[in-house]
Design a protein around this ligand. Structure first.
Ligand SMILES: Cc1cc2nc3c(=O)[nH]c(=O)nc-3n(C[C@H](O)[C@H](O)[C@H](O)COP(=O)(O)O)c2cc1C
Length: 340
């Protein structure tokens, strides 16, 4: 489970990974997805899907918390609002080898609101501070918070900054700011990622006024150039949907930030083969991995064929790497025809 790196180089890799991260996304950033993202973005910090603290305590830990060592640096995102329970879950996160534990203060779903966690916690800074303090006491790994700017009609920068100050005083070592409000009534979670307007300037100002505080900006970042521009104002950028739907953007950004040459898509795909074959060997169905790689050739000649071959074929019993090889061959042949 734990990374094979020495503690000093693991710590350095963790610090360096502040610049680029992939957002926690329920149903999407599972362990297979994260192994793929790691290949694309060797320098990035990866996040799990949100796991409720209760599930950590009572659920199937191998299924919920298990990961491949290559995923490091990897953060566990927790949901919850009970300090004692979160503290226990944070301790377990450290024991499982996660290098950060992050508290979700941004999810607006009805289910999450009913459980009194996620975005509605933006209105309860002292409770969040209590949670962060309890978590920080229970583990030596960094505790961090992912939040919004506010909820519903909140429109006061000072209220947002006060929320951040309270959680930082309680021990949060960094904040990820999804730079829009969450509207708790009337919008679905999907609409809540699109409709409330983005206000990057609040995150910029937060950083400017608190130079010591690491600030990571999230929300609507989909281009390498845009990410680089944000990085002149904040310490890090976190990509969610763009990284998932157009994973090559993640690769190009990682390459730009580390000064390395981007690798061709096909080469990145082939690098996934040992992992895929090992998982198939253990009995996993191919579709559980290929669903995360459908966008690799997005916008490229043959990109549609790649998606189609994989999404149709991976459901068939016995589907194996030869399907991926076929999808790649067809896609590359189409690419060559266009180039000729
Ligand atoms: C399918 C999906 C699931 C998500 N699940 C979570 C989650 O578990 N925890 C969380 O903090 N945010 C979650 N989010 C929000 C993202 O982390 C991110 O804040 C949001 O998508 C905005 O970033 P983007 O514009 O780069 O996608 C989810 C987003 C999507 C699209």
């Amino acid at each position: 489970m734990a990374s094979s790196l020495s503690p000093a180089s693991a710590a350095q890799r963790y610090d360096d990974s502040l610049r680029l991260s992939v957002a926690p996304m329920m149903d999407w950033t599972d362990r297979h997805c994260r192994v793929f993202h790691r290949l694309l973005a060797p320098s990035a910090r990866l996040y799990t899907e949100m796991v409720h603290a209760n599930a950590v305590m009572h659920g199937d830990r191998e299924r919920l918390l298990g990961f491949d060592p290559t995923e490091q640096p990897l953060a566990l995102q927790l949901g919850g609002s009970e300090p004692e329970l979160l503290a226990q879950a944070a301790r377990i996160a450290g024991e499982w080898g996660y290098v950060e534990v992050n508290l979700n203060c941004g999810c607006p779903s009805d289910r999450v609101q009913a459980g009194r966690f996620g975005a509605c916690l933006m209105r309860e800074p002292s409770l969040v501070a209590e949670c962060v303090a309890a978590m920080s006491e229970a583990t030596t790994i960094p505790v961090t918070v992912k939040c919004r700017l506010g909820v519903d009609e909140d429109n006061d920068y000072d209220v947002f900054a006060d929320f951040v100050d309270q959680v930082v005083r309680a021990g949060s070592r960094m904040v990820v700011v999804h730079a829009r409000n969450a509207w708790l009534k009337g919008l679905s979670p999907k609409e809540n990622r699109e409709i409330p307007p983005l206000r990057y300037d609040w995150a910029y100002r937060l950083k400017q006024e608190r130079p010591q505080l690491p600030v990571v900006l999230n929300g609507g970042i989909a281009e390498v150039e845009a990410a680089q521009a944000h990085l002149t104002h904040v310490d890090g950028v976190m990509l969610g949907r763009a990284a998932y739907h157009d994973p090559y953007v993640l690769h190009r950004l990682d390459a730009a930030l580390t000064g390395t040459a981007p690798r061709p898509r096909g080469e990145l795909l082939l690098a996934l083969r040992p992992y895929v074959e090992a998982q198939l060997e253990k009995g996993l169905a191919l579709k559980h991995i290929t669903r995360h790689i459908l966008g690799l050739f997005l916008g490229q000649p043959g990109g549609r064929a790649f998606r189609q071959i994989l999404s149709e074929g991976a459901h068939r019993p016995g589907a194996d790497w030869s399907l991926v090889a076929e999808a790649l061959a067809v896609t590359e042949a189409q690419g060559r025809r266009v180039a000729a």
